[in-house]
Design a protein around this ligand. Structure first.
Ligand code: UDP
Ligand code: MG
Length: 329
């Protein structure tokens, strides 16, 4: 456990045995849940037996509008294991909204919540470490991947490029941390105050601040089933992340415009000189290149501005982020 902002002299009051809620978003996880649910149950049992957490700790599965038998399975699991609870969203709202729905549901019932993927790629051992860090005073504990050896070459490198881009655009995020994290009651209360429709929890957590600690873990291969993130979904989450927290892309457009204006002056001089020297007939190639180049730049610029306007559009409507269709508690 490195990198900490905890002030050891000002550690918050902690309950002797905190109630921990594991919040697990599930979208079409009928293959993974039968394998992973017993492991989650076991983690909660170990938390209680080791004295790290209260025996009232529990698991909340959030069915994110799955098209398969996920909700049916969650209801069945609830009957076999009382520590398992569930809510079902009316539609597929994406992992961020599913997590938010889960966190807001458990907020009143726990001292700290841990968000973890249904496929158990995040290590159960690290859950214990997170609770230890919470007991020592951290308000937020970030799970950070020790390595990316289980990722494909493409995923590894695109993730790296994305973190770098985020950093250059002024976003405050924790490198190699995704949605595996512990939040205590204080962090959850702060999170509930954020009214935005376009959620990017990783960014919001850093915005909230509070005392944090980092727990390193090795990410495993997916237990069963396949990834619920298509390339399109991944790209759209990344764009959302950036445009929710940074207006720098629009500033960049302006700067590119200024640079092009300077270039334009140079080109203008060249065009005029050629004109007066009487050698201005050829030039099809340069014309074609600049028309296509400038055309794409204008479209990109419009697209970036459109992203922000789209965000404003969805924010001003202030629609609820999710609707809970069913609950088993
Ligand atoms: N997930 C979700 N809604 C979605 C997509 C994914 O709740 O629309 C959940 C999914 O069930 C899993 C977690 O988000 O628990 C992470 O998804 P996945 O494991 O497919 O992503 P990867 O690990 O491949 O990045
Ligand atoms: Mg996964």
């Amino acid at each position: 456990m490195a990198d900490t902002t905890i002030n050891r002299h000002a550690v918050a009051e902690r309950p002797a045995r905190p109630v921990i809620a594991l919040v697990v978003p599930c979208y079409n996880e009928e293959d993974a849940l039968p394998v992973t649910a017993p492991v989650f149950v076991d983690v909660v049992r170990r938390l209680a037996e080791s004295g790290l957490a209260s025996p009232e700790s529990f698991i909340l599965f959030v069915n994110d509008g799955s098209a398969d038998n996920t909700w049916y399975l969650i209801q069945r699991l609830h009957r076999s294991y009382p520590v398992i609870k569930g809510i079902s969203l009316a539609h597929n709202r994406g992992q961020q909204n599913a997590l938010f729905a889960g966190l807001m549901t458990v907020r009143e019932h726990c001292d700290a919540a841990i968000t973890v993927d249904a496929d158990l790629q995040d290590s159960p051992e690290a859950i214990l470490d997170m609770v230890r860090a919470y007991n020592e005073g951290a308000d937020i504990v970030y799970g950070v991947r020790a390595s990316r050896k289980t990722d494909s070459w493409f995923k590894r490198n695109s993730a790296r490029a994305f973190y770098r881009l985020q950093k250059n655009l002024g976003l405050d995020t924790i490198y190699d941390h995704s949605e595996f994290r512990l939040m205590d009651r204080k962090a959850l209360d702060c999170l509930s105050e954020y009214g935005e429709t376009n959620l990017y929890l990783r960014g919001l957590m850093r915005h909230i601040g509070l005392r944090y600690e980092i727990v390193k873990y090795d990410r495993q291969e997916r237990t069963a089933g396949s990834t619920k993130y298509s390339f399109g979904k991944l790209l759209s989450t990344s764009i959302d992340g950036i445009t929710s927290f940074s207006a720098r892309p629009m500033r960049l457009i302006f700067i590119i415009g200024l640079i092009l204006l300077l270039l334009d002056i140079v080109v203008g001089v060249w065009v005029l000189v050629s004109h007066f020297q009487g050698r201005a007939i050829s030039g099809w190639s340069s014309l074609m290149l600049s028309v296509w180049f400038l055309g794409s730049l204008v479209l990109i610029a419009l697209g970036i501005i459109g992203e922000y306007i789209g965000k404003i559009f969805s924010e001003v409507k202030r629609r609820p982020r999710y609707a809970v269709a069913d609950t088993v508690w």
